[in-house]
Design a protein around this ligand. Structure first.
Ligand code: ATP
Length: 283
């Protein structure tokens, strides 16, 4: 796939509006990376809306009449609220990119990552991916009641590795995670940092087409952070694309070649890490 014109080669995540499925329109000629590497992820005018059943607002609470009104209203449809978490985000990522996503709490970073992973359907717009995206978050699901050893095997199988590949990688994963003899204990006995380290070690044992990391580096100690940054650099070199959401801006600056700054669900700025981080720190 030399250019984006072969749209059919990109798998598409749950689009709802056929009018928006024109990824070639989303290329940003101004972007420093838009002409290098093969496109791996195209986010095209993406909107993500959460629907939540809300409770009563403060003005409606407090007395019997209001309580009765609330009860009566609930006899009809329950009150539903919408949270418009991502509002028209578009960008193109390429092989070899490590893209940092920054923004204040609630700006939509994790939502964007989950949408790229295909875990959230777009309300409008689309996400196209070339290859399998894998989301690595501190809450990524491994089975807590199983030992680290079992989880390594399960996790590797889940990523599509063969038994021979799992045997080959097993020691390296345990080593990298630094959990030592705890590998024989159930994950429920691990500290949150140990769990996060094991998840990172498992997920990064394989070369991913698109690896999405959500704050995974925030929990490790200094030594583990350094090791995981090196691993991310290696993954970039092996031609995958890495997305990294982290509040630690140093990690983003050292690891990423491009930064997207989200503000209230929209892209406020994107491009060279130093420039974007400087503007972000001044804001
Ligand atoms: N499961 C959910 N249901 C309803 N609303 C949600 C849900 N998850 C997130 N939101 C809302 O969507 C918006 C974006 O949240 P998101 O977690 O993506 O932000 P974030 O930038 O990752 O925040 P943080 O830096 O605090 O992790 C917020 O207003 C949040 O309240």
């Amino acid at each position: 796939m030399a250019e984006l014109t072969k749209e059919q080669e990109l798998s598409q995540v749950a689009p709802q509006d056929p009018k928006t499925q024109t990824p070639s329109e989303t290329r940003d000629p101004e972007s420093p990376d838009s002409t290098t590497g093969t496109p791996t992820v195209i986010v095209d005018d993406l909107h993500i809306v959460y629907k939540v059943y809300g409770s009563a607002g403060d003005a409606e609470k407090g007395n019997a009449a209001n309580a009765l009104m609330r009860l009566l209203r609930r006899q009809g449809r329950p009150q539903m609220k919408e949270v418009h978490a991502v509002k028209g985000v578009s960008f193109v990522a390429h092989h070899g990119d490590a893209i940092g996503i920054i923004g204040r709490n609630g700006s939509g970073k994790s939502t964007l990552l989950r949408a790229i992973a295909g875990l959230l359907p777009p309300h409008k717009g689309a996400v196209y991916t070339n290859g399998q995206p894998s989301l690595l978050g501190v809450n990524a699901a491994l089975m807590k009641e199983l030992t680290g050893e079992r989880n390594i095997i399960l996790g590797c199988y889940a990523m599509g590795m063969t038994p021979a590949e799992v045997r080959e990688k097993y020691d390296e994963i345990v080593d990298f995670s630094g959990i030592g003899e705890f590998v024989q204990f159930p994950m429920s006995t691990y500290s949150s940092g140990m769990g996060a380290r094991l998840r990172f070690a498992i997920s990064s044992a394989k070369t991913h087409d698109v690896l999405l990391i959500d704050e995974a580096l925030a929990t490790g100690d200094r030594e583990f952070k350094r090791k995981s940054q090196d691993r991310i650099k290696q993954m970039r070199q092996s031609a995958g694309t890495v997305f990294l959401v982290a509040h630690n801006l140093d990690v983003i600056e050292e690891t990423c070649n491009r930064v997207i700054w989200l503000h209230k669900g929209k892209i406020r700025m994107q491009g060279d890490p130093q420039e974007v981080l400087e503007a972000y720190n001044k804001a």
